[in-house]
Write a protein that binds this ligand. Structure first.
Ligand SMILES: [Zn+2]
Length: 492
């Protein structure tokens, strides 16, 4: 079912800058400078989403939000080449239209009651893509309205021109998938359609840092989770060539990754909160050396010993990041997947985050996903701590209305220069488009409501759009300098 025409996206005539900018005002025009204009036909497809309000306030705000580029501060995108070669089938199981649904939405399918074996058939490369609709049909009405479902729905509309997924349209969806999925489709979807200037990728394929083929578009985080959790001797230790028998050897392993990649990375990232709270206590090496050696020798350690070692290694890595001028991105809140999230643990994340901020005032902490559902304390955190930054990545599709409310409250409580408003958080590239549309809608609504309720003037609301959509990210992650370095990385 694969198209053989994979010879590259045809260069369509770009609409002229003058006509693209017509009608969006001076502020909007300024915002589009430096970003690509949207190709003519795609601009038509974007149209149905242009009416987020008929009154003047909503129109003016949306006009600006719709043309303002995002810096996308969090993705897990695999390399385009890997997608085209159908590599990493543990992440994107089938090279067909179900790739758009294979992350997050698959969890809604299961929690809606789809049996595991049906779900597996749905994503199986052995099943004809067109036949897959009949497996989803019974569950679609229950899940199409969630944030995950809306991201899928919008993506199908805008990428493949399909109004709603159904028995009638599934063939069109599959044809559209094959047509789009060809060399250059990352740039096409991310830059031309979603108006994203650059992404920040936390690679999940095992390497601590992905040497990207498109390094200025797919910028990368340096993953630190394997430095502290486990630790990961295979993926983090072995490639360094360092023989690890003691804690000081492991410190050298951590040093190795920072020496090699700190100048190319935009931040360091840890999703350790999937297995414990982020309550890292500072402790000296002498206290955990024996525990480390037990682990090296495959001896068992107590939960208390394990935590103390992780705590120590966390701060070792965080101090390296701070010395390297890299912000520290930490997962907080909601868990991907289904049937495993301990909400009582998540509830402690905001309190623990405040301890981290106090313990390391020189470190920039970026707390991700608004710690959903415990997002109100995160506003207090950003308001109180100079070094606390909040990233709304993933939040718009976990709960779009909560994300809108969060942003609205944040902007009248905490400094506007510490909020990051978009990260798709996806492994497949296609639904990033749907997510970006939802985020632009939510940003528009948050700002418009603040103006309508007379908390902000329209001018003040319009002024906030550039910083919250890209200005803050450019500054916090030092992107001008990183872009320069990434134009000519040593692996190119
Ligand atoms: Zn993520």
């Amino acid at each position: 079912m694969k198209s053989k025409k994979e010879s590259g996206v045809k260069k369509k005539k770009l609409i002229s800058r003058r006509s693209a900018l017509k009608g969006i005002g001076v502020a909007g025009a300024a915002a589009i400078v430096g970003s690509k204009t949207v190709q003519g036909k795609e601009r038509e497809k974007v149209k149905p989403n242009l009416d987020y309000g008929s009154n003047d306030i909503r129109k003016k705000i949306f006009q600006k939000v719709s043309v303002t580029p995002f810096i996308d501060t969090h993705e897990h995108l695999i390399e385009e080449k890997a997608r085209l070669n159908n590599k990493y089938t543990n992440f994107v199981k089938s090279d067909d239209w179900t790739a758009v649904l294979c992350q997050y939405f698959n969890s809604d399918m299961l929690t809606a009651g789809m049996p595991q074996e049906v779900c597996e058939r749905f994503f199986s490369p052995e099943v004809d893509p067109v036949d897959k609709w009949s497996l989803l049909e019974a569950y679609w009405p229950a899940v199409k309205n969630t944030g995950y479902g809306q991201a899928v729905d919008i993506t199908l509309k805008q990428l493949y021109g399909v109004d709603e997924l159904s028995a009638k349209t599934v063939k069109k969806v599959q044809d559209g998938y094959e047509k789009i999925r060809r060399p250059g489709f990352y740039r096409h979807i991310l830059c031309d359609l979603a108006r994203i200037e650059s992404c920040q990728v936390n690679c999940l394929t095992g390497v601590p840092f992905q040497e990207s083929d498109i390094p200025t578009l797919l910028m990368q985080d340096l993953s630190i989770v394997g430095m502290l959790s486990g630790p990961d001797f295979k993926q983090f230790g072995k490639p360094t060539g360092i023989k690890v028998t003691s804690l000081s050897d492991w410190h050298r392993v951590i040093d190795f990754w920072f020496d090699k990649y700190a100048k190319y990375a935009v931040a360091v990232k840890s999703q350790h909160a999937y297995s414990r709270d982020i309550d890292y206590k500072q402790s000296r090496a002498e206290k955990v050396e024996a525990t480390f050696e037990k682990i090296v020798n495959s001896q068992s350690v107590t939960a208390k010993e394990k935590k103390a070692l992780e705590d120590h290694l966390f701060w070792y890595a965080v101090n390296k990041a701070t010395e390297s001028n890299l912000p520290v991105k930490l997962h907080t809140g909601y868990y991907a997947g289904q049937n495993g999230m301990p909400l009582s643990r998540l509830m402690n994340n905001p309190g623990s985050a405040s301890d981290l901020c106090r313990l390391a005032p020189e470190t920039k902490f970026v707390f991700m996903h608004i710690c959903y559902p415990y997002y109100e304390p995160m506003i207090a955190l950003a308001k109180h701590y100079t070094n606390a930054y909040i990233d709304m990545c993933w939040a718009w599709i976990i709960n779009p209305v909560a994300a809108k409310d969060f942003l609205k409250k944040y902007l009248v409580a905490a400094p506007a220069n510490k909020i990051l408003t978009f990260g798709g958080d996806y492994i497949p590239v296609e639904p990033v488009l749907g997510h970006a549309v939802i985020a632009r809608k939510g940003i528009t609504q948050a700002l418009a409501e603040l103006v309508e309720e007379k908390w902000l003037s329209l001018d003040n609301a319009l002024e906030l759009i550039d910083p919250i959509m890209h200005g803050n990210a450019r500054r916090i992650f030092n992107l001008a300098e990183k872009t320069k370095v990434l134009k000519n990385p040593k692996w190119a």
